[in-house]
Write a protein that binds this ligand. Structure first.
Ligand SMILES: [Zn+2]
Length: 255
């Protein structure tokens, strides 16, 4: 989730120096024109893409890329045009209906410890997502699969590990309280049970949720695979037990 106290420069890297050091909240409330107006509408648009109740017409990644490109160009007309486009979408979003395609992946059990310290950052998510995407690309998915999606780390409702809405994948910050196993290494998974790989007692993945499995699942939704179907390697099952890894089997090809 975008946080209003993070700095403009952490998102809009091409913003002028004085704007980069402002918080998103300040940018949202900055009354200036041109660059300031673009940033104001861009932050509003970003926050809308992070809402589960708004179906925004473009992804957060699109907004970030387009705004940075416009700012980097230094072209006042281009900046103004993009601002006007975002302003029109922001206005329209005031009364849209919730998105219809929302799929959630839930923890199979409730966490015994409500808040784990094993949280995840968006850079870790991006790293593990690259490994997950590679498995799907090997199964015939488009090679630009990863560029079609944005990842947002958020505090999701209780029991929810991840959720895909449109082309935005939300990952729960602390894996529904269990904490994440964020390595792609399979070494903790020494046994198998019912087609799942199971982490050894006391290993780093033991008692944690496997981020790679969750990202495979959510990317599977983007490829049109449904929840509830077991799918290849059981990755599309809508619940995940702790300490379990599921992978797309080598040689599997998407329908
Ligand atoms: Zn799902």
């Amino acid at each position: 989730m975008w946080r209003t106290n993070q700095l403009v420069g952490s998102v809009f890297t091409a913003a002028p120096a004085p704007n980069r050091s402002m918080t998103l909240f300040d940018a949202l409330n900055d009354g200036g024109g041109n660059v300031e107006a673009l940033l104001r509408h861009a932050v509003s648009a970003l926050l809308s893409t992070g809402s589960q109740f708004i179906s925004y017409p473009v992804s957060a990644r699109w907004i970030v890329d387009q705004v940075n490109a416009a700012l980097a160009s230094g072209d006042p007309t281009r900046i103004e045009n993009l601002k006007n486009q975002l302003a029109a979408w922001n206005q329209r979003e005031a009364n849209v209906t919730p998105p219809t395609v929302t799929q959630t992946l839930r923890a199979a059990t409730t966490s015994p410890t409500p808040t784990s310290t094993l949280t995840v950052t968006s850079s870790t998510v991006s790293t593990v997502a690259a490994t997950a995407a590679a498995q799907w690309v090997a199964a015939g998915a488009p090679s630009d699969l990863l560029s079609r999606v944005s990842f947002v780390v958020a505090d999701l409702p209780a029991g929810v590990l991840a959720q895909t809405t449109g082309d935005v994948i939300y990952i729960d910050r602390d894996a529904a309280g269990f904490g994440w196993y964020t390595s792609t290494s399979a070494s903790p998974f020494t046994t198998s049970s019912g087609g799942d790989l199971v982490a050894a007692n006391g290993s780093l993945a033991y008692g944690r949720m496997d981020l790679l499995t969750v990202l495979l699942h959510e990317l599977g939704h983007l490829l049109g695979l449904a929840n509830e179907d077991a799918g290849p390697g059981r990755v599309m099952i809508g619940t995940l037990p702790v300490g379990v890894r599921r992978t797309v089997p080598t040689g599997y090809l998407l329908p």
